[in-house]
Design a protein around this ligand. Structure first.
Ligand code: ZN
Length: 88
C-alpha cells in the first residue's frame, strides 16, 4: 500500500487522500481585467510532466487539510510533502 506523508498527521494510507490537481496555480491578480486567454490558462491549462511534479492533495479522511506534494509521475514516489504557503 502506498503511504503519503501528510505534513500535519504523518504517514497515512493513500486511501485517506484526495488528489487536487497541479499546485501553485495563481488566480489572475485582477479578475475583472483578465482576458479570455488568461482565464483559459488559469482554469484549464495544466502541465503534463513526466517526472517530478508539484500537486495539491487533501487529507480528506484525516485532518481535512490541503497540502502540496512533489511526486514523480513515472514511479508514483512522493519526493516531499509540504504545507500550503511553503516553498517546495
Ligand atoms: Zn492530515
Amino acid at each position: 500500500m502506498l503511504l503519503i506523508a501528510c505534513p500535519y498527521c504523518g504517514e497515512r494510507p493513500e486511501l485517506e487522500f484526495a488528489h487536487g490537481g497541479q499546485a501553485h496555480i495563481a488566480r489572475p491578480a485582477k479578475p475583472s481585467d483578465a482576458s479570455a486567454e488568461e482565464w483559459t490558462q488559469f482554469l484549464y491549462m495544466r502541465d503534463n510532466v513526466k517526472g517530478v511534479y508539484a500537486e495539491r492533495w487533501r487529507h480528506a479522511h484525516g485532518c481535512g487539510k490541503f497540502f502540496n506534494a512533489l511526486r514523480d509521475t513515472t514511479t508514483d514516489h512522493f519526493v516531499k510533502t509540504y504545507k500550503v504557503g511553503e516553498r517546495p
